[in-house]
Design a protein around this ligand. Structure first.
Ligand code: V47
Length: 389
């Protein structure tokens, strides 16, 4: 296959959609900086000089999981050393801290716990919503949603589950659990998890109900370039459908996640290199022409590489995070925090303008822990209970 990227460059300049063969040529090419420049053209067309970040908190309510995915260093079986589950009071405490620091989003995901009842999830959302009503709750991957549909004695429809969660305070779905949309990779590395059709189906249902969602791809383990490309094409097709059917919800952001070997069962693999990360982020920007945003999750890419990726199609570097259990920098702590000052510094130094966003990408005006959505400045009173600081 020719490594000539000239015709693709022309297509990108004209704003034409790239086809599967273009995608194949991009993945086969080692001209990463040329690919990055193309991705930058698209990124600047969509967002100019702006780079988004947010003030958020993540929490993982349990690491107990019925599955044992080979790439995952997070899951434990009930009774194992280190297995945990949050009480409602723990969840409430998370909301209290989020309110104190003025986080606009709480991101919640966990393992597929075999014994927690459906009421646990509803009560958790309500507890957070009651404690901090203004915070946007982005929670539960498509994999967890299907689990919730199955845990009652009588299995329920995904739509009914989503409606109940929305009533209790769910604001949107995160992009996790997609891994790689390929049956061979599925059966080797995450057997037992829902397959791609089901994952897409949950997001389609969410979009129909007006929920926004994100999408991920976990790359750099046992998948091939062709698998990565097919994954991106399936996401693009699902987004086309949401747009054509005029759903109120759709995918906002794609988050390519580099595999972190850690102590997982695939720890013998090296994980992707920095150049592979930049290439993956750039190709995601180029192939997903109907996604508004490409996010580098600095926890996984690292902040220095996330900073560099702003020139490779990325327009969002996620948030302050603070505690993150799924991948760790070392075994002693799950404390992984960056400050707004450091996020802004990284963005400015890379030549971009930092804009704080909420989960729905509305600009946020902030005064310490006090914040408001900028375009609703006159409608939405600042949270009286949030202290400045
Ligand atoms: O679904 C698990 C991945 C995901 C590893 O929607 C791993 O805004 C790398 O989805 N190495 C959860 N990745 C994280 C996620 C996410 C993160 C940030 C923002 C958003 C969003 C979503 O983490 C899991 C899985 O694909 N993961 N183990 C690992 N060893």
């Amino acid at each position: 296959m020719s490594d000539d990227l000239w015709s693709i460059t022309k297509k990108v300049e004209r704003g034409d959609r790239l086809n599967a063969d273009d995608g194949r040529r991009l993945f086969a090419s080692d001209r990463i900086h040329t690919i990055g420049r193309m991705a930058d053209t698209v990124r600047r067309r969509l967002h100019g000089n702006v780079t988004y970040y947010n003030v958020n908190r993540h929490f993982n309510y349990t690491n107990v999981c019925a599955l044992s995915c080979l790439f995952c260093d997070f899951h434990r079986k009930a009774g194992d050393v280190g297995a945990y589950e949050y009480s409602l009071e723990d969840a409430r405490e998370q909301a209290r801290v989020a309110r104190e620091v003025g986080a606009t989003e709480i991101h919640i995901v966990g393992g597929l716990h075999p014994r927690l009842p459906f009421s646990y999830y509803i009560d958790m959302l309500r507890a957070i919503h009651d404690e901090y009503p203004r915070v946007h709750i982005k929670a539960f991957t498509a994999v967890e949603i299907v689990h919730l549909a199955r845990i009652d004695r009588r299995p329920r429809e995904v739509e009914a589950v989503l409606r109940d969660l929305m009533d209790a305070g769910l604001g949107s779905l995160p992009g996790g659990g997609a891994e790689v949309f390929d049956d061979r990779v599925h059966d080797e590395a995450f057997k037992g998890k829902i397959r791609s059709d089901k994952w897409i189906d949950v997001h389609r249902t969410a979009h129909r109900l007006g929920l926004m969602s994100n999408a991920t791809i976990l790359y750099g383990h046992i998948e091939s370039s062709e698998d990565r490309l097919n994954h991106l094409l399936q996401l693009r097709e699902a987004q086309d459908q949401a747009i054509n059917e005029n759903h109120a919800g759709r995918f906002q952001t794609v988050i390519p996640l580099p595999f972190i070997p850690g102590c997982s069962a695939l720890a013998n693999l090296p994980g992707p290199t920095a150049l592979d990360d930049l290439k993956m982020l750039s190709i995601s920007r180029l192939m997903l022409d109907n996604f508004q945003h490409v996010k580098a999750f600095w926890i996984m890419q690292t902040l220095p590489l996330a900073q560099l990726s702003l020139q490779y199609g990325v327009d969002d570097i996620d948030g302050t995070v603070v505690w993150y259990d799924i991948t760790k920098v070392n075994d002693d702590t799950t404390h992984q925090e960056t400050s707004v000052t450091d996020l802004r510094r990284a963005i400015i130094e890379a030549g971009f303008t930092p804009v704080e966003r909420d989960t729905l990408y509305r600009p946020v005006e902030r005064d310490g822990a006090d914040w408001r959505v900028a375009d609703q400045a006159n409608k939405q009173p600042a949270d009286a209970s949030a202290s400045a600081g």
